[in-house]
Every structure is written in C-alpha cells, then in structure tokens.
Design a protein around this ligand. Structure first.
Ligand code: ZN
Length: 327
C-alpha cells in the first residue's frame, strides 16, 4: 500500500521524454505528464473527479482546458500538444492504468500511436488512478505536497512560480464561477461584483467557463456549435455591455458567441431585439460587403439558456441597441 512518501517518489521520478526542444524551464524534458497531473489535482479539488477513474469524455474536456492553461505558462507560444500524449503514456507509471474498451487491449504499440484524443477514445474508456494515491489527492494537504513534488522535480524555479500562480488562478476562477452561478438568481449581482475585487485572470476564466457552459458551447445568435475532440470550442464568452464600461460579469450581461458573431455584435452589426430575435444593421449589407450567412440571421430567435433566469437581460441588450441605433 503506497504511503505519501512512495507517492511523492513516484511523482518525482516521472519518466519524461527528453529532447533538444525542451529547455531548462522544464528541466530539459517533456512537461506533459506533470502538467496533466496538476490539472487532475485541480479537478479533484473542484469535486469534478470524485472516484479514482478519469473518463475520456467529460473529464477529459475539463482537463484539457486546465492542461492548456498550465501549458501556455511554460511552453513557448505556437507549440501546442494534445492531452492524449500524457493521458496514454502515464500508463507506464505505477499509479495510472488505462482502462481498455471491451475487445480492445492496451499495448506499448497502441500507446506509441496515441497522438490525438480521437484515437485515444477508439480504445480507451479512461484511466484508473491507484486508490491509495487517490485518497491522498483528495485531501488539500496531500494535493499541496504532490503539486510541490511535481513542480520541484520537473520545472525551473521561474516556471514553478508561474505554474503555482496558475493553480491559484484556477482555484479562484472556480470559486468565482460558483459565485456567479449563485448570484445569477439574485437581483443585485452587479452591486455584489462591484464590492469584490477579483484578479482579471480569475474573472476572465470564471466568466468564460460559466457563460460557455450555460449555453452548452452554442452561439446564441447563429446557433453554431463545434467542439473539437480535444475540447476546443468555437464560442467565446461575450459581454453585452463591455466589461471596460460596465464592470459587470452578471451572467445576464453575457452570451456565448462564435468568433464571427462576437465581432459582429461588438461592431454593432448584430443585436438582439426586445423579443429576443436577431437584429442586423443595414450597414452590414453595404457595398462592397458580402455578409453571407450573417444577413440571414435577421429575425431569427436567439438561442437561450435552458434556465430562463440566466437569459440575457433586456436592460443590457437595450443599452447595446441604443448605442448602435439598432432597431
Ligand atoms: Zn455565431
């Protein structure tokens, strides 16, 4: 039965690929495994992962979001990676075992071929974490100790600080998201938000997660919904009245919008009527514009959250219409 010391040892001695691409920041080895484990610790803290099984559907989408946030802190811009790499290769560590689908088997050859989440999902249901390790991961002190072991053994001092800061932001964003969710059903959310000072990174992440999940990754205006197998979504969290002016992360001052609709909305080419239908500005069709599908949105009912208490407030939509003289 592994005790804390054994677990720390296993985390400290992760087998990581070496290569000339990895600099001193990651101690000249690949950072995938420790970053995935940091994300797993976050999801256990949030109560998203509650059993020693990490599944390759819902859990993986959530993990991917956190994985990328950590990744961007220590890996140079433009260099991306799939979470499928560490998720599969951790199988070679004593505490993480892939669970194969019936009629499938996990082998070194299969693992070596795993470079995408799509492929991972063809043969694996998830991964099982050693139960004793999981028990330690469920305590805050255990998580702190294990996180420290990962940071100290795998990253430079500067990178350790950046990753630790990200861990704090991740926790803060989760608390912020919970608060927004709770306040969404209260009339005074704006005032509540004004009396609290949250770091921009915490706010951005919490608001984004809350809005995107409320709309289930669907653009409120055009209805498009695309989530890649890696968990990347086409939508962004848009403020109806910009944050810079309103300082208002009330979920009812937000909508999930695809990149094009977000731009169109912020430029005043798209709006929402008092009847929750899409309004398009006449300027959208002026020569030499070719507005394509955007013009066809005129009069279309917007996509609203299932919980009507969370739908965009006319107070904010009206301010947006007034500003851009949309009728
Ligand atoms: Zn759209």
């Amino acid at each position: 039965m592994p005790d804390l010391k054994t677990c720390i040892g296993q985390f400290t001695l992760l087998r990581r690929a070496s290569g000339t691409v990895w600099g001193e920041v990651t101690r000249r080895k690949a950072p995938h495994k420790p970053i995935l484990l940091m994300a797993v610790l976050d999801l256990i803290a949030r109560g998203v992962i509650t059993t020693p099984v990490v599944d390759v559907t819902g859990d993986l989408v959530e993990l991917n979001d956190l994985f990328n946030l950590y990744w961007r802190r220590v890996v140079s811009v433009g260099r991306s990676s799939s979470i499928a790499f560490p998720f599969s290769r951790l199988h070679n560590e004593p505490f993480w075992k892939l669970i194969a689908k019936p009629e499938h088997a996990v082998s070194d050859a299969v693992i070596a071929k795993t470079t995408t989440v799509s492929y991972l999902r063809t043969y694996a249901l998830g991964a099982r974490i050693d139960e004793d390790l999981f028990a330690i991961m469920q305590t805050e002190s255990g998580r702190t100790t294990l996180r420290e072991a990962l940071l100290q053994s795998c990253f430079s001092e500067e990178a350790q600080l950046a990753l630790l800061e990200q861990a704090v932001v991740n926790q803060g964003a989760f608390d912020y998201e919970l608060m927004l969710e709770k306040q969404a059903h209260q009339p005074l959310v704006k005032e509540v938000l004004e009396t609290n000072s949250y770091k921009p990174a915490v706010r951005d992440q919490g608001f984004r997660r809350m809005v995107v999940s409320t709309y289930d990754h669907r653009c409120a205006l055009c209805g498009i919904r695309i989530v890649t197998p890696e968990g990347h979504t086409v939508v962004e969290a848009a403020h109806i009245v910009p944050w810079s002016e309103s300082r208002n992360d009330d979920i009812r001052n937000g909508m999930a919008l695809c990149r094009l609709c977000h731009w169109g909305f912020d430029e005043g080419m798209l709006g929402v009527s008092i009847n929750y239908q899409v309004i398009t500005a006449s300027s959208i069709g002026l020569a030499p514009n070719f507005a394509g599908s955007l013009q066809t949105l005129t009069g279309r009912a917007i996509i609203q959250p299932g919980d009507t208490a969370l739908r965009p407030a006319q107070e904010y939509l009206g301010e947006h219409r007034h500003r851009w003289k949309l009728k």
